[in-house]
Design a binder for this molecule. Sequence first.
Ligand code: PEP
Length: 253
Amino acid sequence: MRRPLLVANWKMHKSVAEAEDFAAALLPLLPPAGAELAIAPPFTALAALGRALRGSPVLLAAQNANPAESGAFTGEVAPAMLAELGCRYVIAGHSERRGLYGESDDFVAAKVCALLAAGLRPIVCVGESLEVRRAGGGAAEVVCRQLQNSLAGVPAGLAAELAVAYEPIWAIGTGETATPQAAQQMHAALREKLRGLFGAAAEAIRIQYGGSVKPGNAAALLAQPDIDGALVGGASLNPESFAALAAESGGAS
Ligand code: PEP
């Protein structure tokens, strides 16, 4: 039985003060027992949000990291720096980073390996474009190949530390969501790919769904056997809405 994982991806939203206010408003609203919860704020709010969440059931996550340990990488942040701030999860290969900043599967794989080496848990994002979806039939093959390539070099012994997020690009921030049945089909294909790569460890890997998840549609998605949580952008920016998602995901613990 996999414990659902609900992660807020705030993208480039919220100042330090806004992140602190969010934590103060969220914590009293959280339902008891159930999903594992994490918030990925902008880098600038990590330290303050980490302090505000200390002692609560909500973990700290980051939105990105560079695969290198240190060096001349202006503007980048290394995995160990995130671990030092108390991050548990780090999003790797979000479609916005792949699309806007040219991150390749190889680069994402290097990042995933570096995160694991630093004791962090990567959330590896994959998903097809609208073009691929419209072409019909081949989306599962494309997304499974993307997953395999983005996990190159991951030691089987660390596979259980991974989470995967299936995020169809056409559903991110658009208000359009994959139906629970269509999402389940893709998640089952991804699980099969993970079994091929890692054997029995695949059963422990949470596969989240992402793409316009909001209160009202999360429960039906999470009721599917291979959907083990959600990665949420827009609907995670409001404490009431994130608390409602936590309740639909089975509470917090
Ligand atoms: C995301 O960016 O990971 C995401 C799923 O965004 P939204 O929930 O806004 O579609």
